[in-house]
Design a protein around this ligand. Structure first.
Ligand SMILES: Cc1cc2nc3c(=O)[nH]c(=O)nc-3n(C[C@H](O)[C@H](O)[C@H](O)COP(=O)(O)OP(=O)(O)OC[C@H]3O[C@@H](n4cnc5c(N)ncnc54)[C@H](O)[C@@H]3O)c2cc1C
Ligand SMILES: C=CC1=C(C)c2cc3[nH]c(cc4nc(cc5[nH]c(cc1n2)c(C)c5CCC(=O)O)C(CCC(=O)O)=C4C)c(C)c3C=C
Length: 474
């Protein structure tokens, strides 16, 4: 029988797993750093302004989106929620910076029928042609190759290249379509076409029934949401909830240093001594788990070590007044335009509630590096924050014509913050889980390293792991 579970890692994945576990067993959460939340990190200035250092918007769509909203409601966070609807200018206007200019991404039927630069042809004929393109034969394929084959290489070079930089900070020539956009892969497999998959469904996995908040999101057509005190309020509410429970113990500054198999489970080595647990839920980055496992888990360790990560520099800037020449969610750059500069988010457009109440200002976030970090900026340990700040300021000036200097800025270097699901990722994750099941290891894999990187995916991974664990106990 399972009497205790140790959750390693107190990011959103670990906290979500602890939340779902706390109803049925004793839980110990070990977080290595001095705070919970991992990459969910909101900088709250004393005047009330909020600047996001990590994620800034969560999408309410799909089973995973509904699941997060159900959690938000259960935690009593509904009064804190800041929705952005589909009709909002931030959802309608998405920009690309190509050949030295900003272009609005085409939308609606008119956008599909007309030639909309930077594309050289209307998009509709490419979409219609896609229905007749034969299924791919390979087990997995890069996103660039998938979109070039089924749509057009121009769409892959510009739109998909930029999109992958704005979600994975990664290179679409190396990222896996099956792992990064499983719906596209499934649509081709089941319907023979992405378009037909979108129209008629592609046999997606589990569903989650919407609670009242998720129903409200559907009714009001939310495109994304945040919280009044920033997205970090979500892990904070989870911690607060878990602290009330007599069966949960939470520790920060408690990094796991090693794992050893025992007859009934694991011994966990920490700086403060040894702990035991019947089951371990790892919500650590894969490579951190790889460093903890014993030599008997060699094949699993080698699979965990094959997952690379990208480093992103995040520069938050505040300008006095309303200085943007366009309104929208932000702009992305394809790698051919400027490999080191991923894009700029126009934070004050979609969440003006995070502006300082004392002055009218424009808040922007410049994101740099990603899969190109080393090539452009060199060793992350050596790069100076001043250089990153000046690259960010000059991008804002060049892309948006904003000549004034920011009145406030913050530079953060997020080392290895986002896993890169390269070709074969999904098969490797299957092999990892196969090894765990064959070796009967009391171990679950949760977090952004395996089944999706969005906040929604990571929370859902915690829920699924707990459900599988409890099913196996029956
Ligand atoms: C800049 C940026 C922007 C993003 N934007 C969005 C967005 O807009 N929308 C969205 O949905 N997603 C976004 N994401 C993705 C999302 O934020 C992450 O994928 C998600 O937060 C990862 O959560 P996690 O719990 O899996 O991992 P983490 O947050 O990495 O948590 C892992 C935890 O484990 C701890 N740890 C490490 N080693 C040990 C050890 N040995 N012992 C104990 N603890 C240890 C770490 O300190 C950390 O707290 C963004 C990510 C970044 C970096
Ligand atoms: C480290 C990874 C990410 C970088 C770099 C990044 C840059 C970036 N993002 C936007 C605007 C939005 N991104 C949104 C969602 C989103 N972003 C990331 C990661 C990075 N973004 C993830 C994992 C997600 C979640 C995707 C999902 O499937 O839910 C959103 C909100 C949703 C939407 O409207 O699409 C916005 C807005 C810009 C402009 C940018 C610039 C480099």
């Amino acid at each position: 029988p399972m009497r205790s579970v140790a959750v390693l890692g107190g990011g959103i994945g670990g906290l979500a797993a602890a939340y779902y576990l706390s109803r049925c067993t004793r839980v110990l959460v070990l977080e290595g750093s001095s705070r919970f939340g991992g990459w969910l990190w909101s900088c709250r200035r004393s005047d009330g302004a909020v600047f996001e250092l990590g994620p800034r918007g969560v999408r309410p769509v799909g089973a995973v989106g509904r699941n997060t909203l159900n959690l938000v409601e259960e935690l009593g966070l509904e009064p804190e929620i800041l929705p952005v609807t589909y009709s909002h200018v931030a959802s309608q206007n998405r920009f690309l910076f190509v050949r030295g200019q900003l272009w609005k991404m085409p939308g609606g039927l008119g956008g599909l029928l007309r030639t909309t630069p930077p594309f050289s042809r209307p998009l509709l004929p490419w979409l219609l042609r896609e229905v007749f393109v034969a299924r791919g034969k390979a087990e997995d394929e890069s996103l660039h190759s998938f979109v070039s084959r089924r749509f057009s290489s121009e769409l892959a070079d510009i739109a998909v290249d930029s999109l992958c930089r704005g979600v994975f900070a990664g290179d679409c020539r190396k990222l896996s379509v099956r792992a990064c956009f499983p719906d596209l892969h499934r649509a081709e497999r089941s319907r023979g076409s992405v378009l037909l998959g979108m129209l008629f469904g592609s046999g997606s996995k589990r569903d989650v029934s919407p609670g009242p908040l998720a129903q409200r999101a559907q009714r009001e057509r939310w495109a994304q949401w945040s919280l009044r005190r920033g997205v970090e309020a979500l892990p904070e509410a989870l911690v607060h909830h878990l602290e009330q429970s007599s069966t949960v113990e939470l520790h920060t500054q408690a990094p796991a240093r090693g794992l050893e198999r025992t007859h009934s489970g694991w011994t966990i080595h920490t700086e403060g001594g040894e702990l035991s647990a019947d089951h371990v839920v790892s919500a650590l980055p894969a490579k951190a788990l790889g460093e903890l496992l014993p030599s008997s888990c060699g094949p699993l360790v080698s699979l965990l070590q094959q997952l690379p990560y990208a480093t992103v520099a995040v520069v938050n800037l505040e300008y006095l007044g309303s200085v943007l020449p366009v309104q929208g969610f932000g702009h992305l750059l394809p790698s051919s335009e400027d490999p080191g500069l991923l894009g700029v988010v126009y934070d004050s457009v979609f969440f003006p509630q995070h502006n300082s109440p004392d002055r009218e200002s424009t808040r922007l976030t410049v994101m740099m590096g990603g899969a190109w970090f080393q090539e452009v900026f060199g060793d992350p340990d050596q790069v100076s924050p001043d250089l990153l700040l000046s690259r960010a300021e000059s991008a804002v000036s060049r892309h948006l014509g904003i000549r004034q200097s920011p009145v406030w800025s913050n530079v953060a270097l997020h080392r290895d913050c986002i896993p890169q699901y390269l070709l074969g990722h999904a098969q490797r994750v299957e092999q990892m889980r196969g090894f765990i099941s064959d070796a009967r290891l009391p171990l679950s894999l949760v977090g952004s390293s395996y089944d999706g990187v969005s906040v929604n995916d990571v929370i859902f991974s915690g829920r699924i792991a707990v459900e599988k664990l409890l099913e196996a106990q029956k």
